[in-house]
Design a protein around this ligand. Structure first.
Ligand SMILES: Nc1ncnc2c1ncn2[C@@H]1O[C@H](COP(=O)(O)OP(=O)(O)OP(=O)(O)O)[C@@H](O)[C@H]1O
Length: 258
């Protein structure tokens, strides 16, 4: 039933000139669940997320959030829907010139007009939730390791207690131990704020840790969707090749000959 869906995507299409990136994507994100989308490099995962976030206009198709069509929605109304979203970008995307606490509180202060003192208190609480001491709040992003920056990004993503959180390759560039710490924090934080989560990743380990459900995108379409625990027995040769990381199989990587 569509009321059980937080996000419902149907027939989403997007091309750049002759490069057809999304060719009729259908995706269901059930309310309160964590869906992880996998797919090779350049298969359109980021383009799909950008369309859902309203950062990119699709050529065709429908995106419903809480049963409300957002494609073609007037900018003002769309902004209100965007407030339901939190986002952890690849590489954390922190503002270098702002101390850590202000990075976390940015959306609260500039987006919601919260007083700085109140926003700082919330920011320090969220930093503590991701295992960072209050002293870290006064440091600048350049003074932090990559893993700490990811934690700060996560604290920022949950600062406004969003209904939906997007995770863009949350473990890319981290060592396996820090990747696991971030995976566990994602699960805890998503639970803590009771959010629905949509992630994109190449990292199969991360998928198994953070996903209730999984989907695979290939050649502009979702070619498999199911419970994350079933991904090893998908019966789909494309999914199998990706999951096992095999060079041989139906997926052909574009290789340029010089
Ligand atoms: N603004 C844009 N203008 C033109 N082409 C674009 C634009 N954004 C994305 N593309 C193209 O869309 C395709 C898919 O890109 P996208 O970034 O969504 O891939 P991805 O699956 O997220 O890849 P990766 O896993 O490597 O991040 C690529 O061929 C890319 O060149």
């Amino acid at each position: 039933m569509s009321s059980d869906l937080k996000i419902k995507v149907r027939g989403l299409k997007k091309a750049f000139g002759s490069n057809v990136v999304l060719d009729g994507v259908d995706l269901d994100v059930p309310r309160g669940k964590s869906l992880v989308v996998i797919g090779g490099s350049g298969t359109g995962k980021s383009v799909m997320i950008k369309c859902i976030l309203g950062l990119m206009q699709p050529d065709a198709g429908s995106i419903e959030i809480d049963g409300q069509e957002v494609v073609g929605m007037p900018a003002r109304e769309r902004e209100r829907v965007m407030r339901k979203f939190g986002m952890l970008f690849q590489g954390a995307a922190l503002f270098d010139s702002l101390p850590v606490w202000e990075n976390v509180a940015f959306g609260l202060i500039s987006g919601r007009g919260m007083k700085r003192g109140e926003a700082k208190e919330i920011a320090l609480r969220k930093l503590s939730a991701v295992g960072l001491q209050p002293e870290v709040g006064d440091l600048f992003p350049a003074e932090l390791s990559g893993g700490m920056q990811k934690r700060v990004g996560l604290a920022r993503a949950i600062a406004a207690e969003p209904e939906i959180i997007f995770f863009d390759e949350p473990t890319t560039g981290l060592d396996p131990i820090m990747a696991q710490v971030i995976n566990e924090l994602i699960v805890t934080c998503v639970d803590m704020v009771g959010a629905t989560a949509l992630s994109i990743t190449h990292d199969m380990h991360s998928l198994r840790e953070i996903g209730d459900n999984a989907a695979m995108i290939y050649q502009g379409k979702i070619i498999w969707a199911g419970e994350a625990k079933d991904i090893d027995n998908s019966g789909n040769p494309y999914v199998e090749q990706f999951v096992k990381g095999k060079a041989e199989g139906p997926i052909r990587m574009p290789v340029r000959s010089f």
